[in-house]
Design a protein around this ligand. Structure first.
Ligand code: CUA
Length: 156
């Protein structure tokens, strides 16, 4: 079969573009850890405050340098809003909402999740650098939305 040289050229360019994009996707997913938050379960938001682990929000040390943050978002605050961990810690955020849809965006990390009532969102991040990381609600949730923020303080 005769293929026109220009057609052959464009087939080559198309295949090359496809390969570049697949490599970029693989690098983002496996190299940079860009991934969808895990499906960490569902619960009844009306009974949230009675249901473990959300009856006791806070920061829990599971093992040395391994922490779990049980977090509740509500209009218009995060609980806990101040999280302190030592540098090098792997922190898993387990978070849900009692009222409306909120968001959590943690500066300088890949932590960026929707917080949906009835749904538990989970994300893990390892804090390799000491410092203060601000987090915000990035989903408009009412008149106090801009006041909904907190900090992760990573101590050296
Ligand atoms: Cu919560 Cu915006």
């Amino acid at each position: 079969m005769e293929v026109n040289p220009y057609e052959r050229l464009w087939i080559g360019i198309s295949v090359a573009a496809l390969i570049v994009m697949l490599v970029a996707l693989a690098l983002a997913g496996f190299g940079l850890g860009v991934q969808l938050p895990g499906d960490a379960g569902t619960l009844d938001p009306r009974k949230l405050v009675e249901q473990p682990p959300f009856d006791k929000p806070g920061v829990y040390e599971l093992a040395p340098e391994k922490y779990q943050v049980i977090m509740i978002a509500r209009a218009w605050q995060f609980n806990p809003a101040k999280i302190e961990v030592p540098v090098g810690s792997e922190v898993t955020f387990r978070i849900t909402s009692v009222d409306v849809t909120h968001g959590l965006l943690l500066d300088g990390t890949n932590v960026n999740v929707m917080i949906i009532p009835g749904q538990v969102s989970e994300m893990t991040h390892t804090f390799k650098k000491a410092g203060t990381y601000n987090f915000y609600c990035h989903e408009y949730c009412g008149t106090g939305h801009q006041a909904m923020f907190g900090q992760v303080i990573v101590a050296p």
